[in-house]
Design a protein around this ligand. Structure first.
Ligand SMILES: Cc1ncc(COP(=O)(O)O)c(C=O)c1O
Length: 413
């Protein structure tokens, strides 16, 4: 057994217990009613240093750190500042193992299949990453339209369009779970199911791999990865997950990793010792092998396990229900406004925590500026098609959603 596997399990349990008791203490201090295992939403919100005079409807962009994450970052920072080299050597393996274990526990997978990275793509989009890869390998890329009508989509249409586009030479299908340009959530599980019969007729090395940019689904739906059904899942952890800024992960299904090659060498100590010929060559967990080495902002990376534990303490189903309910509330309110077009589907299965819309006769940026004058922080889609975007998340309340709806209603061009 590798040190990583062993240390993680113990670290995971200790971390989870510490966080639960921290939340309970905060709960007791605030005098709030809630069951021991599920803190109230006020207590959850009290863990963040977000400006209290603003309504934050763009929280998905970059996380504000909750208290357990801030405390862990501070603890690692102090220790690294005091004695960088010794602390680094003493902690790199166990801390990164603890992070992989916490993420794996949350995602329902094996920690050995998780690689740590700094963000979803380290580029501005999946498209650019694919283009760079194609330039290196000579592969070709085709873009597929998911639906025809921006205001009406269905699971069948999306799955049909995607699978129709799979050609005999297709090896990778790269999709985004929740689109930040429309708020549309793709039915990943249904797409995976539709690829089943296609892959059944292929040799192992010719299978179409389903690769998912999961950044706006991670920390929202709480779906475990085996249930999602993809081969690779890539997500920054510094958005909905509330992980330290500059953290992310790549998970590959055990059957899929063999299709991937590392680009940046790992700093895994076992691999390093093999390279130094201090120990015989032996397999190392693929996740370690695929985690780019080098010197990172370790106080952030190592504090990531606290974010997964934070979510687990609140409860994944409770989080999913809360985010969907706030988003349903805002969409229902927006849909009643006659001067507005909503682009995000109403159905939970095709949406998550991002809502995109147009107010007729008012440019998206003016909508956002108008809301900001009322202390509501919204955003504009940073893509070719500009929509106004509202994103109620865990740190918002139904009352804030109502205030936001009232402010949208009052907007004038
Ligand atoms: C769909 C999507 N994928 C990836 C990213 C970038 O994620 P990260 O911050 O993890 O690089 C964004 C937005 O920032 C996004 O909207």
């Amino acid at each position: 057994m590798y040190r990583r596997d062993f240390l993680v399990r113990t670290g995971q349990v200790i971390g989870a217990v510490a966080l639960t008791s921290a939340l309970r203490t905060a709960e007791a201090l605030a005098g709030k009613q809630s069951s021991a295992a599920s803190p109230s939403w006020e207590t959850v919100r009290a863990n963040f240093n977000l400006a209290p005079d603003l309504i934050h409807m763009a929280g998905f962009f970059l996380a504000s750190h909750p208290k357990p994450v801030r405390d862990a970052i501070e603890m690692y920072r102090r220790a690294l500042d005091a004695n960088p080299i010794e602390y680094w050597f003493a902690n790199i393996t166990k801390s990164e193992a603890a992070v992989a274990a916490a993420a794996a526990h949350y995602l329902g997978v094996d920690p050995a299949d998780i690689a740590l990275t700094d963000s979803t793509t380290m580029h501005y989009s999946t498209e650019t990453s694919l283009r760079l890869r194609a330039e290196r390998t000579g592969a070709s890329i085709r873009r597929v339209s998911l639906y025809r009508d921006a205001t009406a989509k269905s699971v069948d249409e999306i799955v049909g369009n995607v699978t129709k586009a799979v050609a005999p030479q297709t090896r990778v299908l790269a999709v985004t779970w929740v689109h930040s340009c429309t708020g549309v959530k793709l039915p990943i599980h249904a797409i995976a199911d539709a690829l089943g019969p296609i892959n059944a007729g292929r040799d192992e090395q010719d299978r179409v791999l389903l690769c998912v940019d999961g950044v706006h689904g991670l920390g929202v739906d709480g779906t475990e990865l085996p249930e999602l059904g993809c081969d690779f899942f890539i997500a920054g952890c510094h958005k909905w997950m509330f992980g330290p800024r500059g953290t992310g992960l790549v998970w590959g299904a055990p059957t899929a990793w063999s299709a991937a090659t590392a680009t940046i060498p790992t700093f895994d100590d076992a691999n390093y010792e093999m390279w130094m010929e201090l120990r015989p060559k032996a397999p190392i967990p693929v996740g370690s092998w695929m985690s780019p080495g080098g010197f990172h902002s370790f106080e952030h990376r190592w504090a990531l396990d606290r974010a997964f534990q934070f979510h687990q303490t609140i409860g994944k189903p409770r989080i999913a229900e809360r985010i969907h309910s706030l988003n349903r509330q805002i969409k229902e309110g927006l849909a009643k406004m006659p001067n507005l077009t909503l682009y995000t589907p109403m159905e939970d299965e095709l949406s998550a925590g991002i809502v995109c819309f147009d107010v007729h006769g008012i440019q998206a940026q003016q909508v956002v500026d108008g809301l900001r004058k009322k202390k509501i922080v919204a955003s504009v889609t940073p893509y070719k098609t500009l929509y106004a975007r509202l994103s109620p998340g865990l740190l918002n309340s139904p009352a804030e959603v109502e205030t936001t709806l009232a402010a949208v209603r009052e907007l004038r061009g």
